[in-house]
Design a protein around this ligand. Structure first.
Ligand SMILES: C[S@@+](CC[C@H](N)C(=O)[O-])C[C@H]1O[C@@H](n2cnc3c(N)ncnc32)[C@H](O)[C@@H]1O
Length: 277
């Protein structure tokens, strides 16, 4: 079998399984099975693949056809400038969360050595990207899941950010040594009644406690009032159509300069406010 035939065969399995982008996923999985980039696949459509490579590809395609996310099959995912290890212990970092990091960096730009708190860190995506992109930042990152924290630790240590990112097991409400210049959180925000309508990739594979949550923004915002220095910023990711409600929560808790920013698809997904008691 050559590369072209292998791709066509994979698409024939993925398409009827309801996978949203069967050709793209087939290319990624074949590249992974062969240890080459997608560009290299295009360059050599006639390249013969060995039986063991075909076997590897078949395993990946079967997993994808059961709707396991590509990121878990690869075991890693790109986020900002980093490649993070990901598996079923953590939510896969999303493109909209890169906008959250962007907003945080903007708020931290004029500070030489800011202290940051990332609440619900999962894979460590936000905390690690901030430490990577702001060389003076020191970050405390919390999560209620010991499993998530163990993966965040692996990512942190592999990236050599151990000296600047501290990982702490704890609830949203945890009392931590402040003051912080910025508190950021992408908390679980899917309503329980919406869970069944999510794609199988999320519903069947991602940790439910990372996805489903009610009132998390308010809980974090309430605690952040005690943790932020006056003039410090709270930055949230929120769900589609939640920006208005989350903005209102921040205003009612005494935050000022509350604004929403759009994700790459043009939807308001990041809400931030300044703590000026
Ligand atoms: C939506 S995920 C975000 C993960 C990561 N920050 C990101 O943006 O990719 C939410 C995270 O919050 C954590 N979490 C859920 N409930 C929590 C709680 N009560 N206290 C602290 N963390 C919690 C979950 O374990 C999960 O890792």
């Amino acid at each position: 079998m050559n590369v072209r035939d292998a791709l066509n065969a994979a698409v024939e399995v993925l398409e009827p399984a309801g996978v949203e982008s069967p050709r793209l996923d087939a290319e990624i999985l074949l590249g992974h099975a062969l240890g080459v980039s997608r560009t290299e696949l295009y360059a050599e459509p006639e390249r013969e693949i060995s039986e063991s490579e075909e076997e590897r590809l078949r395993g990946f395609v079967e997993r994808r056809a059961r709707r396991e996310p590509v990121a878990y099959i690869l075991g890693e995912w790109g986020f900002r400038r980093l490649t993070l290890a990901v598996d079923a212990r953590v939510l896969i970092p999303r493109p909209e969360t890169e906008v959250v990091v962007e907003r945080c960096l903007e708020r931290l730009a004029r500070l030489e050595a800011p202290r940051v708190l990332d609440v619900g860190t999962g894979s460590g995506a936000i905390a690690l990207a901030l430490a990577d992109e702001h060389p003076g930042a020191s970050v405390i990152a919390t999560d209620i899941s010991a499993d998530a924290l163990s993966l965040a630790r692996e990512n942190r240590d592999r990236l050599g950010l151990g000296g600047r990112v501290e990982l702490v097991l704890g609830h949203f409400d945890a009392r931590l040594p402040g003051p912080f210049d910025l508190v950021v959180s992408n908390p679980p925000y899917v309503r329980p009644e919406d869970f069944e309508s999510l794609q199988p990739e999320i519903r069947l594979y991602e940790p439910r406690e990372a996805v489903v949550g009610v009132g998390a923004h308010a809980a974090v915002a309430r605690r952040a009032r005690e943790l932020l220095r006056p003039g410090g910023w709270l930055v949230f990711e929120c769900g589609d159509e939640q920006a208005g409600e989350v903005s209102e929560t921040l205003r009612s808790l005494g935050y000022g300069e509350v604004t929403a920013s759009r994700d790459l698809a043009g939807r308001d997904r990041v809400v931030e406010g300044c703590w000026r008691p």
